[in-house]
Design a protein around this ligand. Structure first.
Ligand SMILES: C[S@@+](CC[C@H](N)C(=O)[O-])C[C@H]1O[C@@H](n2cnc3c(N)ncnc32)[C@H](O)[C@@H]1O
Length: 291
């Protein structure tokens, strides 16, 4: 995903309106790393300027130095959330990387007899953005288990950004959003919204998904697992290497042996608690995982 970002222009060409010094950049980069584990190399200065200049203008400030005072001062936490939202991307779509959902169907089919005998299935979309990923997981579950709502099946959908979680909970998507869903499946998984544009995810799929605010870099995670599958795709790519490695280790502690971890197409997991089992898919090994 970083590959699609434009190459930074020379400093003078993008600082047309507000002064933006290397020190301002460092303050913003440090804050982003501390809050979310996200790494901003110096080459991203132009990107930071372009994403935040509108905010600096909207606040009536004269420079990025003033913006940094606001960010680091009392009450800066709320502004840091706005900044984080501006600097991260929420790009997602239904059934992104279809092979992961095929694999999930296989996993669900294997788990079905145990579930019917009273077992549980716990799945997690970590960094779920506006909900297309966890709902795609729900569609895969329901394809194999149409009565999943009557069984002990839950999908946790978490993100650091409360705005995207609201969209996920509303579960209403446009015609354009639905383009990634095969036409013959649309009537099955979506209902037309009465009296307005858009399509709402079916009640059967919605009932399986719970949206929660959660920072993957927070010291404490509220859930205990164990999960049979974790989707964490196109999220860790923005993290520095230490944060990535810590994340894989923490997932391992919450996953049962043989559980699957799915990551984004340009992400790789290097941890003895996981072995590659497909394209950007990793199986939890029996290696003991300590946090
Ligand atoms: C590009 S989207 C990926 C959405 C989905 N997983 C997919 O692949 O289609 C990245 C998401 O990660 C979230 N995110 C970034 N840093 C995070 C963090 N530290 N904790 C939790 N979520 C984070 C962003 O808010 C954003 O919604």
């Amino acid at each position: 995903m970083t590959a699609v970002l434009p190459a930074p222009p020379p400093e003078s060409s993008f600082q047309t309106e507000f002064a933006f010094t290397p020190r301002d950049f460092q303050t913003i980069a440090d804050l982003l790393r501390r809050r979310a584990g996200i790494s901003l190399p110096p080459g991203k200065a132009a990107l930071v300027y372009s994403r935040l200049a509108k905010r600096v203008r909207g606040l009536g400030l004269a420079s990025f130095a003033e913006y940094c005072v606001l960010l680091t001062g009392e009450g800066g936490a709320a502004e840091a959330q706005v900044m984080l939202r501006a600097l991260t991307t929420n790009v997602t779509r239904f059934i992104r990387e279809p092979h992961h959902f095929e694999d999930l169907r296989r996993l669900v089919a294997e788990a079905a007899p145990g579930l019917r005998a009273g077992g549980r299935l716990r799945l997690w979309s970590a960094g779920c953005s506006t909900g297309q990923e966890p709902y795609s997981m729900a569609f895969a579950v329901l394809s194999e288990l149409p009565d999943a709502g009557a069984l002990d099946v839950r999908i946790l959908a978490s993100d650091i950004d409360t705005d995207v979680l609201e969209t996920g909970r509303a579960a209403v998507y446009s015609d354009e959003d639905l383009e990634a869903v095969p036409a013959h499946l649309r009537p099955h998984w979506f209902d037309a919204c009465a009296g307005r544009d858009g399509w709402r995810v079916s009640e059967a799929a919605r009932s399986l998904v719970a949206f929660r605010e959660m920072n993957l870099n927070a010291v404490d995670w509220p859930m205990k697992g164990p999960f049979q599958a974790v989707f964490c795709r196109n999220v860790a790519i923005y993290f520095d290497e230490d944060s990535q490695n810590r994340l894989w280790r923490r997932f391992a502690t919450l996953m049962q042996p043989d559980a699957c971890l799915y990551v984004g197409h340009s992400e790789r997991v290097r941890d003895p608690a996981f072995s590659a089992c497909g394209l950007t898919a990793y199986r939890r090994t029996t290696e003991e995982a300590r946090p």
